[in-house]
Design a protein around this ligand. Structure first.
Ligand code: ADP
Length: 421
């Protein structure tokens, strides 16, 4: 800023600009997703329209978070796409500028970055410094597919606006409250500690958002309720949340553990790996690919989209039916296990692509659990809606909710909380 502008600015009545916008960046290996949100509390005269107000964020507490813009830049480094992450972020900046929302705006308060793995080092939203970037890079061996892209996104964004605070929000952070009894694998302590082998959990941003939104739906504070969140997307995880704090989750050292997923096996006897190596002669990389990319629903029936699996089941396809049954069996086991971990369950919340959109999965997962106080209402469950809602029967001791997740809003809240005056 040059002297001339400063002089002019000084002459006018200074109208302080409240920097209340947050740019959320989710940098993957070949894509960058972005969302620009305004975190200012809407005044009574300038409420966001119901269409733009963020779902599920209206009752109890924070009702800020208006989405101003969002988009995705794909095929980074691929044919027909942009060359690299720097070019991708430049495109994000251009798209925002074309809508009058440029990154040079004084209203932009902070950039919030999704980072997949925070190890044991990062347990909450963290202001990014050179040291923090170096620490995230050190965690690459734990998340070789994700953390490098996250770091690249951070570096490019810092180059673009070096003066702007940038905050990292970690997928693992919400699970940092897991007691050691849930987080530690029953293997030799020294070996585990030397290699960082423990249960970290993922989808934490979603579990945090959904558990809070579920409490809000019940008209309660998060500290008053115990919730089981079932995040069922292509990746899937369950989380037991006691009084707002995670006490167990189904993903572990990596996102491979736990539920049956779109292409991941979830829980498996680790000896299957030795067996495939010794008897099947498969190299470890091939087994890694098998369990992460060619297993789960896809491995069982050739499809990993529940819409297609549902169609096939309706036609009497036995393979699709068995894949569905295996998926549901595992899901029910985790519901039961987490009911035991929590002792008292106030709500079970379904979220993400499958959880939000498949009444069949929700119904099958909880069928016959009335003895546990869980009773789903068939009519409510079958209704399609985009908002957070209850689908349990009126007399159900445990509330059953469908809550659209909103990881971007959760990241924005985390980032904004660190810079808000
Ligand atoms: P990701 O983990 O990639 O973010 P999503 O949360 O978007 O995944 O979930 C994607 C999955 O959601 C799809 O693979 C599909 O199985 C499921 N899904 C999406 N829409 C529907 C629908 N209308 N009915 C049933 N399943 C659906």
């Amino acid at each position: 800023m040059n002297a001339q502008i400063n002089v002019n600015a000084a002459k006018e009545t200074p109208t302080p600009v409240t920097a209340s916008r947050v740019l959320v960046l989710n940098s993957g290996s070949s894509s960058v997703k972005y969302q620009l949100l305004d975190m200012a509390h809407p005044s009574p005269t300038s409420r966001p329209s119901p269409a733009t107000a963020i779902k599920g964020a209206t009752r109890h507490g924070d009702n800020s978070g208006t989405r101003l813009a969002s988009g995705i830049v794909e095929r980074i480094g691929e044919e027909g796409g942009v060359a690299d992450h720097a070019a991708a972020l430049k495109q994000v900046a251009d798209e925002l500028a074309s809508q009058g929302l440029g990154l040079d705006s004084p209203q932009l308060a902070v950039v919030g970055h999704r980072v997949v793995h925070g190890g044991t080092r990062f347990t909450g939203p963290t202001l990014i410094t050179d040291e923090v970037v170096a620490e995230i890079e050190k965690l690459v061996p734990l998340a070789p597919l994700h953390n490098p892209a996250n770091v690249t996104g951070i570096k490019v964004a810092r180059d673009l606006r070096p003066d702007l605070p940038q905050v990292a929000v970690f997928d693992t952070a919400f699970h940092a409250t897991m007691p050691e009894a849930a987080a530690r694998y029953a293997i030799d302590r020294a070996t585990a500690d030397r290699h960082g082998v423990r249960r970290y959990g993922f989808h934490g941003t979603s579990h945090a958002y959904v558990s809070r939104a579920t409490a809000a739906l019940l008209g309660k504070d998060p500290s008053e309720v115990n919730v089981i969140v079932l995040h069922l997307g292509n990746g899937a995880s369950a989380c037991a949340i006691e009084a707002g704090r995670c006490v167990d989750t189904s993903m572990g050292l990596t996102p491979l553990e736990g539920l049956v997923m779109g292409t991941r096996s979830g829980d498996i006897d680790p000896a299957v790996i030795f067996h495939l190596a010794r008897v099947g002669g498969m190299p470890v990389e091939e087994i890694d690919t098998l369990l992460n990319k060619r297993s789960g629903l896809l491995g069982l029936c050739g499809d990993n989209d529940f819409r297609e699996i549902g169609r096939r089941m309706a036609e009497g396809d036995a393979e699709a039916q068995l894949a569905f049954d295996i998926y549901i069996h595992r899901l029910r086991k985790y519901v039961g296990a987490y009911a035991a971990v929590l002792g008292r369950v106030d709500a079970i919340a379904f979220t993400a692509g499958v959880g939000e959109n498949s009444p069949a999965v929700r119904e099958a997962a909880l069928r016959g659990l009335e003895p546990l106080g869980i009773e789903i209402d068939a009519v409510r469950n079958a209704l399609r809606a985009g908002n957070a809602r209850l689908v349990s029967a009126d007399g159900s001791r445990v509330a059953v909710a469908v809550v659209p997740t909103n990881e971007e809003l959760e990241i924005a809240r985390g980032a904004y909380s660190l810079v808000r005056a």
